[in-house]
Design a protein around this ligand. Structure first.
Ligand code: HEC
Length: 138
């Protein structure tokens, strides 16, 4: 009986550690890239509250954890913006271009990481609505 209890506890502990190790490791390298290059503006949690964000900026660094806002961007929108900077997507030049600094594969991983942060999928209808609101399309 005692042995059974000990065995079940160690099994539970084993499963728990394997599981938590997996979730932690999945974004580890990408999180480091994000902390190095992106967190000054977007914040290390991705909530847009980095040290560079202040009220004098004409456009605030986006809150990448806001699923309702971020679902207006497709994966290719994000890849383009990150690679070529804000203006490539008709957005603010305060969002720099990273194509010469970060590899294509790392940029794809950053997009997966941002999807994890916002817990959101692309919503084409929202994109259309936001472009209309901004007067970029009719
Ligand atoms: C100098 C500040 C700054 C840094 C550094 C920065 N960003 Fe941004 N980012 C911005 C601003 C400002 C916006 C909002 C642009 C707008 O809405 O006009 C933005 C918007 C975005 C968006 C949403 C727009 C879209 O088309 O997808 C994503 C995604 C993004 N940034 C990712 C990143 C990633 C990844 C990094 C690091 C590799 C990064 N940013 C570094 C300022 C910054």
């Amino acid at each position: 009986m005692k042995l059974k209890v000990i065995f079940s506890f160690s099994l539970l502990f084993f499963l728990f550690s394997v599981n938590s190790g997996y979730t932690e490791d999945k974004y580890k390298e990408t999180r480091e890239i994000f902390n190095w290059h992106c967190s000054q503006c977007h914040g290390s949690l991705g909530n847009g509250k980095g040290v560079n964000n202040n009220s004098r900026l004409p456009v605030s660094p986006r809150n990448l954890t806001d699923g309702k806002d971020m679902s207006q961007f497709s994966d290719s929108d994000m890849i383009r913006t990150i690679t070529k900077g804000g203006p490539s997507n008709d957005l603010s030049p305060i969002m720099p271009s990273w194509g010469n600094t970060i590899s294509k594969k790392e940029i794809k991983n950053l997009v997966l990481f941002i999807r994890h942060l916002c817990n959101c999928k692309f919503d084409p209808k929202l994109k259309h609505k936001r472009l209309q609101q901004a007067g970029k399309i009719k």
